[in-house]
Design a protein. Structure first.
Length: 168
């Protein structure tokens, strides 16, 4: 991780805490060993993998020249269905964003992408099954700290577009 990525991560973490506090969100911070893989970090945090919010940045090409970046949020035990996301935008091609592009757009390193799009280039799409849990768990733009956030507060703050983009 280079120093500018480290600096962005600190800024993104601060933005997250500021956003949650500004909205009076019910959350708690959980410190743990450095880990970004959902299936490994969930037991460290004490949550089921299905309660984790897995965040994936994708690039969808629309026609020959246009593209959009999508931040897809799905339960930790699910996968994003790329073809569903591509169809939502009537895209001609879809892929996961490269690590450098994803980290730039997220403002944090891989494994710590937030479920709040702080970049105006990101279109947020959340799978409706995320609403099934009272709390969501996710890395807080850093590998050594996570957030337990009341789902209703997340939905109120993020006001996401809901689409069925997950498969188990």
């Amino acid at each position: 991780m280079n120093s500018s990525t480290l600096e962005n991560t600190k800024d993104t973490y601060s933005k997250l805490i500021e956003l949650l506090d500004q909205h009076g969100a019910q959350y708690r911070l959980i410190d743990h060993p450095e880990e970004g893989r959902t299936e490994v970090v969930s037991p460290m945090r004490g949550n089921e993998v299905s309660q984790a919010a897995k965040c994936i940045i994708m690039i969808v090409k629309i026609g020959k020249k246009d593209k959009v970046f999508v931040l897809g949020v799905v339960p930790g035990d699910a996968r994003v269905t790329l073809n569903t996301v591509k169809a939502l935008f009537q895209g001609s091609y879809i892929s996961f964003a490269s690590q450098d592009i994803a980290e730039k757009l997220a403002g944090s390193i891989a494994g710590t992408v937030l479920l709040f799009p702080f970049s105006k280039e990101l279109i947020l799409i959340v799978d409706p099954s995320l609403r099934e849990n009272e709390f969501l768990y996710f890395n807080a733009a850093r590998l050594d700290r996570s957030v337990e956030l009341k789902t209703s507060d997340y939905l109120k703050i993020a006001n996401p577009r809901f689409e069925r983009i997950a498969e188990r």
